[in-house]
Ligand binder design. Structure first.
Ligand code: GDP
Ligand code: MG
Length: 727
C-alpha cells in the first residue's frame, strides 16, 4: 500500500499549546514558552503514522486573522495560499470565548478545519464544562478534546484529521457564520460582481474575498489589484459603493459592525455549549497577580528581581569566570614555555588564544543571565514585567512588550534583537530593533572597567552607572523622535496577555538557556576568532621595521651597566639593583613594542582615521581600538593592550600605567566610553538586525545613525567638558 501524504497546519491563540502538540506529533525538540507570541517563525515537521506522511506546520499564535500584525498575515496567507489539507485550530478550552474569534474566522475561509479543545485538564479543574458535540454541530466542525502536555487525545486528533481530509467536503450553502441582512446583501452583490468578472477568485473563495473587501482589508485589495490589473478599478468602485451604503446605514465602518456581529455570534455559541460549575477553583494566578502587578509594590518588586538578576549574573558568574581565566592563563603559559619562538607561536598565543579566551570568560555570565530570563519567561513573569513597564514605554510610543528585548539588550544584543519577534506590529518591532543597541551590552563593560578604573579611580562605579543611564536616556529620546517621524501612524491594537503562572520545567529552562547561549557563542566565537587573527596580523606585519633607536643595544647597555653593580653589591642591594635593571629593560621593551605597533599596518590604519577621532580627544591608538570594536566590543580592550604594548599576560595594571602616561585624559576617556556605548553595534548584532528587519536599508540606517550619535555625544562631552574647564 502506498503512503498518502497529508499536510496539517496548527493554528490557535498564543499559549493555547500549539507548540506542545506540534512537538508531541513530530517529536521535534522545540522551545516551550510562556510568553504570548513566542512562535513567530513557521515551524515544520514531518511524521509517518497511520499509513500517512504528515507534514505539520506550527503557525504563529494569533487571536484573529486581520491584516494588522505580521503573525496574523503570515498565518492567514499560509492557510489561503498553501491550502493545507486540514487546519487544526488549537483552542484553549479554559478560555473558550477568547479562542472562538479565530475559530470563526478560520471557519469563514472555507478550509477544512478541525477544533482541538486543548487544556481540557485546566478547564476541568476550573469546573468548566464544554459540550463538544453541540459545538461541533453548531459550527459543523469536528471537535476533539486534548491535553497537550500529557499527550492525551493526540492520536484521536490525527485520526480525525485523516477522516476530515478523506471526507468529500463541500462548501456548505447554509452559512454558519452569518451577518445581518444588509451586510449579507452587500456580500452577495459583491460576490456576484466578482464571479462575473474574474474566473477564479483571489486570494480565496468569492464570498470570503467579498467579505474582506467590504472590511477594507488592505492585503486582499492589493491582491485584487495585482490579479485583475485594469479590471480592479471597477471592482474597487463597486466595493466603495457597497461600503458607503453600509456606512450610511449603520453610521459606522462596516468592519466594526461585522466584528461586533462575530462577537455576538460567539456569545451565542458560548451560551449554548458552556456551563461553569459554581465551585470555580480559586484562581491562584489572580492572587499572585494581586501582589506582583500591584499598583504600588509591583514596580519595586520588579526592580528587585532585575537587580537580583544582575547581581547573580555578575557575582555568581565571577567564580567560574576566574577559573576559566586562570585555565586559559595556564594553557598559554605552558604553551609559551614549550613552543619554539616563531610567528606561529605568536599567532596562537596573542591572536587565537587571547582573542577566543576573551569570549570564553563571558560564558558563565551569559549562561546565568539567560537562565534568569528563561525563568522569567517560563513562569509567566515576563508578561507581568511587560505589563508593569507599559506606562513607561508609552513615553517612547511603544508597548510594554518592547521592554523585554531592551532588558535582554543589557546581556547581549543578539538574542535581544531576536526577541523583538514577539512584537505584533512591524513598526514597533523596527523601532525596538533600532533603540535596543543603546542598552549597554555586557561586552562593553570591560571597556568601561578599564577606562573608568584608570581615570576615575574611586568614582568608577558612578561613572559606569552614568554611562548605562546615558544609553537608556538616549534610547528614550531617539525612540520618541523616530516614533514621531519614521514610524508615524496608529499601531495595531493589542491586548496585553497575562498567561497563568506556571511552575517551569527545569528541562525547558535549560534548553531555553542553551538555545540562546549557543547562538551567542557561535556567532561571537566565530567572528572573534577571525577578528583576533586579523588584528594580530595587522599589528604584527610588516615584520622588518626600521626602529628609530636600537632598542636591543640599549638593553645590552643596561645589562652591562648593572652587571658590575650587582656583582659588587651586597645582600639587599643586589636585589635592589636587579629590580632597577628589570624595570629599565621593561620600559625599553615597551617603547620598542609601542614603536612597532605604531609602524605596523594597524598603526597606519589608525593614523588614517585619527582626524575623525581627534576632536573627541581620542588618539590613533584609540581609533584603532574603536575600529576593531566593530567585530566585537570586548576586542576594544585587548586592542588597547596590544597598542599600548603591555605584556602578553593580560596585565591590567600595566595597561593602566600606559594609559595614564598617554595623551588620554579623564575627559577623553569619558568621551571614549560614550562612543563605545553608542556607536555601531558589533558585527553579530548587525547580522541579526539584517536578518530580523529583512532590509539592508534599515541595517545601514541603524549603523549610520548610531555611529553619528556616538560621535556627536563624544564630541559634546570632550569639547563641552573642555569649555567648562574639565580635563
Ligand atoms: P503555544 O504558544 O500555543 O505554542 O503554546 P505552548 O505549546 O508553548 O504551550 C504553552 C504552555 O501550556 C506550556 O507550558 C505547555 O506545557 C502548556 N500546555 C500545553 N498543553 C497543555 C494542556 O493540555 N494542559 C496544561 N495544563 N498545560 C498545557
Ligand atoms: Mg508556540
Amino acid at each position: 500500500m502506498d503512503r498518502k501524504s497529508l499536510s496539517i497546519a496548527l493554528a490557535g491563540n498564543p499559549n493555547s499549546g500549539k507548540t506542545t502538540i506540534f512537538n508531541n506529533i513530530t517529536g521535534t525538540r522545540q522551545k516551550v514558552g510562556n510568553w504570548p507570541g513566542v512562535t513567530v517563525e513557521k515551524k515544520e515537521g514531518t511524521v509517518k503514522k497511520f499509513g500517512y506522511d504528515f507534514k505539520i506546520v506550527d503557525l504563529p499564535g494569533t487571536y484573529s486573522l486581520t491584516p494588522f500584525s505580521i503573525e496574523e498575515i503570515v498565518a492567514r496567507n499560509y492557510v489561503i495560499d498553501e491550502r493545507p489539507d486540514v487546519v487544526i485550530d488549537i483552542i484553549d478550552a479554559s478560555n473558550l470565548e477568547r479562542s472562538l474569534y479565530l475559530a470563526t474566522q478560520l471557519r469563514e475561509i472555507d478550509c477544512r478545519v478541525l477544533f482541538a479543545l486543548n487544556m481540557a485538564d485546566v478547564a476541568n479543574a476550573r469546573g468548566i464544562k464544554i459540550d463538544g458535540k453541540k459545538l461541533s454541530e453548531l459550527l459543523e466542525v469536528p471537535v476533539v478534546f486534548t491535553i497537550g502536555n500529557k499527550n492525551e487525545g493526540i492520536d484521536t486528533l490525527l485520526k480525525s484529521a485523516i477522516d476530515l481530509a478523506e471526507s468529500n467536503y463541500t462548501v456548505t450553502k447554509e452559512r454558519k457564520v452569518k451577518y445581518n441582512k444588509d451586510i449579507e446583501n452587500s456580500i452577495s452583490k459583491l460576490q456576484l460582481y466578482l464571479e462575473n468578472r474574474i474566473e477564479d477568485s483571489v486570494p480565496s473563495n468569492f464570498r470570503w474575498t467579498a467579505i474582506k473587501l467590504i472590511e477594507d482589508d488592505k492585503i486582499v485589495k492589493e491582491r485584487i489589484v495585482q490579479k485583475t490589473g485594469e479590471k480592479s478599478q471597477g471592482i474597487l468602485q463597486e466595493v466603495k459603493v457597497q461600503r458607503d451604503l453600509l456606512t450610511s446605514r449603520f453610521d459606522d465602518d462596516p468592519e466594526i459592525v461585522m466584528t461586533e456581529e462575530r462577537y455576538g455570534f460567539i456569545a451565542g455559541i458560548i451560551k449554548e455549549v458552556l456551563t461553569t460549575s459554581t465551585k470555580q477553583r480559586v484562581d491562584i494566578s489572580r492572587n499572585i497577580d494581586l501582589v506582583l502587578t500591584n499598583r504600588f509594590i509591583g514596580f519595586p518588586i520588579f526592580v528587585l528581581f532585575i537587580w537580583a538578576m544582575f547581581q547573580l549574573t555578575f557575582s555568581l558568574g565571577a567564580y567560574p569566570m576566574e577559573w576559566i581565566e586562570s585555565s586559559i592563563g595556564f594553557i598559554s603559559m605552558n604553551l609559551g614555555r614549550t613552543l619554539p619562538d616563531n610567528l606561529f607561536k605568536d599567532l596562537l598565543l596573542d591572536g587565537i588564544i587571547a582573542g577566543v579566551g576573551s569570549v570564553a570568560v563571558f560564558l558563565p555570565n551569559i549562561l546565568i543571565l539567560f537562565f534568569c530570563i528563561a525563568l522569567f519567561e517560563d513562569t509567566g513573569y515576563m508578561s507581568r514585567a511587560a505589563f508593569l513597564m507599559d506606562k513607561i514605554m508609552h513615553i517612547i510610543g511603544l508597548h510594554g512588550k518592547s521592554f523585554i528585548p531592551m532588558l535582554m539588550g543589557f546581556g547581549c544584543n543578539v538574542p535581544a534583537i531576536m526577541a523583538t519577534r514577539t512584537l505584533e506590529s512591524d513598526k514597533d518591532r523596527k523601532l525596538t530593533i533600532l533603540i535596543t543597541p543603546f542598552m549597554s551590552c555586557s561586552a562593553k563593560l570591560p571597556v568601561y572597567i578599564v577606562l573608568a578604573g584608570t581615570f576615575f579611580g574611586g568614582k568608577a562605579g558612578t561613572v559606569i552607572f552614568s554611562i548605562y543611564m546615558l544609553g537608556i536616556v538616549l534610547s528614550i529620546i531617539t525612540g520618541r523622535i523616530f516614533r514621531s517621524t519614521l514610524f508615524k501612524g496608529a499601531d495595531a491594537p493589542f491586548v496585553m496577555e497575562l498567561p497563568p503562572y506556571r511552575v517551569p520545567m527545569i528541562k525547558s529552562l535549560l534548553i531555553h538557556m542553551w538555545d540562546r547561549s549557543k547562538i551567542f557563542l557561535k556567532k561571537m566565537g566565530g567572528i572573534i576568532l577571525v577578528a583576533s587573527i586579523l588584528i594580530w596580523a595587522l599589528s604584527t606585519f610588516p615584520l622588518n621595521i626600521k626602529y628609530q633607536t636600537d632598542y636591543d643595544a640599549e638593553i645590552n647597555k643596561v645589562n652591562a651597566y648593572y652587571r658590575s653593580k650587582i656583582s659588587t653589591a651586597i645582600d639587599s642591594g643586589k636585589t635592589n639593583f636587579e629590580q632597577q635593571r628589570d624595570d629599565m629593560i621593561l620600559k625599553i621593551t615597551r617603547k620598542k613594542k609601542a614603536e612597532k605597533a605604531e609602524k605596523s599596518l594597524m598603526g597606519r590604519i589608525g593614523k588614517a582615521f585619527a582626524p575623525i577621532f581627534s576632536p573627541l580627544g581620542i588618539d590613533w591608538r584609540g581609533s584603532v581600538a574603536l575600529l576593531s570594536g566593530f567585530a566585537a566590543k570586548e576586542i576594544v580592550v585587548s586592542t588597547l593592550g596590544v597598542l599600548y604594548a603591555t605584556d602578553r599576560e593580560q596585565d591590567s595594571e600595566a595597561l593602566k600605567h600606559a594609559l595614564l602616561s598617554s595623551s588620554m585624559t579623564s575627559l577623553s576617556a569619558l568621551a571614549m566610553m560614550a562612543f563605545v556605548l553608542l556607536y555601531v553595534p558589533c558585527l553579530a548584532t548587525v547580522a541579526v538586525i539584517k536578518r530580523e528587519t529583512g532590509s539592508l536599508k534599515w541595517t545601514v540606517f541603524s549603523i549610520a545613525y548610531s555611529t553619528l550619535i556616538a560621535w556627536l555625544a563624544a564630541f559634546c562631552i570632550y569639547q563641552g567638558g573642555g569649555l567648562l574647564g574639565f580635563s
